[in-house]
Structure formats: structure tokens, C-alpha cells
Design a protein around this ligand. Structure first.
Ligand SMILES: Nc1nc2c(ncn2[C@@H]2O[C@H](COP(=O)(O)OP(=O)(O)O)[C@@H](O)[C@H]2O)c(=O)[nH]1
Ligand SMILES: [Mg+2]
Length: 452
């Protein structure tokens, strides 16, 4: 996930408090220093860093932790609240009757993000979506956009031979007139120069955009603030997308600098692929960053045909104590719809699988391939067997193996996995703190007592 370094830095700072009931001056100063270093390394500016560390120091001295809360959790809650405050209020854009103008400097990820947003809404809402490629300065922009969206059933309009962006936009808007959403990708420059400004203004005039979304590469760090302010002046930015958060340790700078301009961050990009887009909400982002998990974000990753109610019900049932192979199968089904194990793990509380870091690449790949094989095996089980896996003895195992075309060993492996998952679920239930986290994540985030 993004900002891995910051996560480790904060966790390192907090680890000084592990198991402690009180803290002495020297330890407190050490912790504050660790936190300062982690924030600066993630490119938060000096003033913001000072604000956060000062508040932490003050509140660690003055605030009495709530009864039952460890000192470490207390400190984590303070850091959580401060970071969420820094990132500002979230804003969701609903994809109905929208004409969306994408703007930004050269190479920031505009074309990629145009495709990502179109695909995101298509996946979640099954709407009619059209995109227009109006970058006439970069040869191949149209082909790039078409290629990004080739499997997505989204109309792409462009005219690679035409060098007049405004006429492309006019024709495109006509062709896309009855779409629910039209997204217009524009050209960028190294600088926001006169020519580009003029072209953008003309396009904006034709489009009469309902939203103007600015795309900024996280790599630019603090400089994202002035860029956002400039574009805002020009076209009235209604939302910002910070891209390439996967590729830089310094993404905190871009996020916080944009938030400080008052333009809401609406999405973040975390990879080159069309599906590497996430809706941005500061509290959820920070919750994940701190290893508290983000169940709602996890569900966001899923396509529209994953019943969210069902997903929450399943999670609740898993937490309640019963756990059949049916439940495991459903859980796996849900996981595979959502995506790779990697993405799922980054949304779960870090205590859940003994910490994300504890799971190596090979292990993750193993889990992914198990998912696929297990599904085949489960198809050959009766519902009674799935309900009461303890009845699975040699003869049934043989039958299932034959029915699903695998070795008996594979079937036994599935049973072993079920046993392991069951134990893990038991472990989670037995872990009061983790249980509370799960509960608060599943409940309404608004009336959430800090998710600990
Ligand atoms: N790692 C990573 N690469 C990205 C992301 N978004 C875009 N890119 C890459 O950045 C480069 C420039 O992107 P592009 O969409 O062409 O930028 P544009 O000039 O603003 O349209 C391409 O190689 C993209 O694949 C992201 O979120 N993460
Ligand atoms: Mg482009």
C-alpha cells in the first residue's frame, strides 16, 4: 500500500509504548522524535509535522487515556485523529449526468486516470460511459486510452489526425450526448503555459463541465499545493486525484499539500493498471495506514454484483463463531471477486494475519492459487459435507477427489485450511481489541468511536 515507510515509522514510534502503563519524559521525547522523522520522511511539511508532534506530546502529557485503553492505543488514536484532520473532509462524486474535465500537467497520469475512473463507475454502477481524448499534442494518446479501456465496454471518442482539440471535443460531445457520464481527457504541458491555458479555457467553454478534476503525481510532493491552486484559478478544480502513490515514499506531502488548498482529494491512484484506483476518504486511508483496517474500502474494491449487505452479514457471521466450509467458500468467493490477496490484506487490520509484513510474497501467491483450486473441490462436496466438515473421512475424501479431478492430498489440504481458518477466526474472536476494531469498521463510520 501507499506510504509503507510512514506506516513503519509510526508503528516504530508507537512500539516504544508496548505494554507500558506510564511513560517517562525521555521515552515520550523519543517517541515524538521518531514520529517527527517518519512524517518528514513522508514529506509532510515542517509546520504540519510540528503541529502533529506538538499535539501528540501535549495530549500524552495531559489526557488521561480512556479506561481500558492501553497507552499505545491512546497514542495511536491521537495520531489517527491528527492525520485525519490534516487530510480534510472527503467528497464523493456521484456518476450521474456528469461531464467531467480532466486537467493536469504532462505525465501526471491524466489519461490513465481517465480510464480508471470510467472503468470504476462502469464496474460499480453499470452506467453508459463515454470518454473523449482531446490531447492533440501527444501522439498516441488516443491509442493509449483505447488500449486501457479495451475490455471495458466504454465508448472512446478521438480523432488522432485532427490537431484542433476544440473541434474534437465538439464532435465528441455530440456523439456522447446520451451517456450518463462523459469524461474528457486533455493535454498537459511541463508548465501551465499561455497556450495550454487558452486551449483549456476553450475546451471548458464547450464542455460546461459539472466537475473539473485535477490529476497530480504524488512524486511532486509539497509542490502539489501551488499546482492545485493554479489550476483552481484557471478552471475551478472541484476535486483532485493524487496518482502514483504506489511509487513514492513521499506521498504524504502531496496529499497534505492538496488538502491544505481546500480542494478535496476524491481518488488516489496506486498503480498503472486500470483497476488501481481508490476512492479517497481521509479517515479510511489513515485507518489503513495505521494498520487498523478498512472494511468499507475492501467492499469498495468489489464489483457492483457483490452484495454489500451480504458481505457485511458474512463478516458478522464469521465473527459470531460458526464457521463451515460453506462460510469459508463464501468468504473465498468474496475475496476472489474483490481481487488479489495482496489488495485484500492491505485493507485488513494488521493484527489479523499476524501482520501483513509477516506474509511473504510466496505465501501470498500460494494463497491465491489455493483459492482457485479449493473452489473446484468445493463444487464436488455435498452441502452436508460443507456444513459439517468433520464428517469428511477417507471414503468421502476419495469421492470428492475423483469428482473434482484432483488428488486426495488436495482435498485434505482444503480440510486443513478450513481447520486453520477456523482457528484463526476463533483467535480473532478471542482478541477483544481486534473484535472491537472489526465491529467499529462494520458499523457506521460516522458514529464510530475511534476504531480501536
Ligand atoms: N505506478 C503508477 N504509475 C502510474 C499511475 N498513474 C499513471 N501512471 C503511469 O504514469 C505514466 C504517465 O501517465 P499518463 O496517464 O500517460 O499521464 P498524462 O500525460 O497525464 O496523461 C504512464 O506510464 C502511466 O502508466 C499510478 O497511479 N501509479
Ligand atoms: Mg495523457
Amino acid at each position: 500500500m501507499a506510504l509503507e515507510g510512514l506506516r513503519r515509522g509510526i508503528q516504530g514510534a508507537l512500539s516504544r509504548l508496548r505494554g507500558k502503563r506510564s511513560i517517562d519524559e525521555e521515552e515520550l521525547r523519543g517517541m515524538v522524535k521518531d514520529l517527527r522523522r517518519a512524517l518528514l520522511a513522508a514529506d509532510f511539511n515542517v509546520r504540519q509535522t510540528k503541529e502533529i508532534t506538538d499535539r501528540l506530546e501535549l495530549r500524552m502529557r495531559d489526557d488521561e487515556p480512556r479506561p481500558g485503553l492501553t497507552l499505545q492505543t491512546h497514542a495511536m488514536n491521537i495520531i489517527y485523529a491528527e492525520l485525519v484532520r490534516l487530510l480534510g473532509e472527503p467528497r464523493e462524486i456521484l456518476p450521474f449526468n456528469q461531464r467531467i474535465l480532466m486537467v493536469g500537467l504532462y505525465g501526471q497520469g491524466k489519461t490513465t486516470t481517465t480510464a480508471k475512473i470510467a472503468a470504476w463507475w462502469k464496474r460499480k454502477h453499470k452506467l453508459e460511459i463515454g470518454v473523449i481524448e482531446a490531447d492533440v499534442h501527444r501522439p498516441g494518446a488516443y491509442a493509449q486510452l483505447k488500449q486501457l479501456l479495451e475490455d471495458h465496454d466504454i465508448d472512446v471518442y478521438g480523432d488522432p489526425k485532427n490537431t484542433d482539440a476544440t473541434s474534437i471535443v465538439k464532435a465528441g460531445m455530440q456523439q456522447m450526448a446520451n451517456k450518463d457520464v462523459v469524461i474528457i481527457d486533455t493535454a498537459g504541458r511541463d508548465q501551465l503555459d499561455e497556450d495550454l491555458q487558452e486551449e483549456l479555457k476553450q475546451i471548458a467553454d464547450i464542455v460546461q463541465a459539472t466537475e473539473s478534476l485535477l490529476v497530480i503525481d504524488a512524486q511532486v510532493g509539497q509542490a502539489a499545493g501551488p499546482v492545485a491552486a493554479k489550476f483552481h484559478e484557471l478552471v475551478g478544480v472541484t476535486g483532485v486525484i493524487v496518482t502514483k502513490l504506489d511509487g513514492t515514499a513521499r506521498g504524504g506531502g502531496a496529499l497534505s499539500a492538496v488538502a491544505a488548498t481546500g480542494s478535496p482529494i476524491v481518488f488516489i491512484g496506486e498503480g498503472e493498471h486500470v483497476e488501481n484506483l481508490e476512492q479517497f476518504e481521509g479517515d479510511r486511508f489513515i485507518s489503513r495506514l495505521l494498520g487498523m483496517g478498512d472494511i468499507k474500502g475492501l467492499i469498495d474494491l468489489a464489483p457492483g454484483d457483490l452484495d454489500q449487505e451480504e458481505a457485511l452479514r458474512l463478516t458478522e457471521r464469521l465473527m459470531s463463531g460458526r464457521f463451515s466450509i460453506n462460510d469459508m467458500s463464501q468468504q473465498m468467493e468474496m475475496m476472489s471477486k474483490i481481487g488479489t490477496v495482496d489488495r485484500i490484506l492491505s485493507h485488513l487490520p494488521s493484527g489479523m494475519f499476524g501482520g501483513i509484513g509477516a506474509m511473504g510474497k510466496a505465501q501470498k501467491e500460494q494463497m491465491q492459487s489455493n483459492l482457485e483450486r479449493f473452489r473446484v473441490i468445493m463444487d464436488s462436496m455435498t452441502s452436508k459435507e460443507k456444513d459439517e466438515p468433520t464428517i469428511l473421512k477417507a471414503e468421502r475424501i476419495r469421492r470428492i477427489a475423483r469428482g473434482s479431478g484432483v488428488n486426495e492430498k488436495d482435498v485434505r489440504e482444503l480440510i486443513a485450511q478450513w481447520n486453520k481458518s477456523k482457528k484463526m477466526m476463533k483467535g480473532i474472536r478471542g482478541n477483544r481489541q481486534l473484535r472491537k476494531q472489526m465491529k467499529s469498521m462494520m458499523g457506521d463510520m460516522d458514529d464510530m468511536d475511534l476504531p480501536m
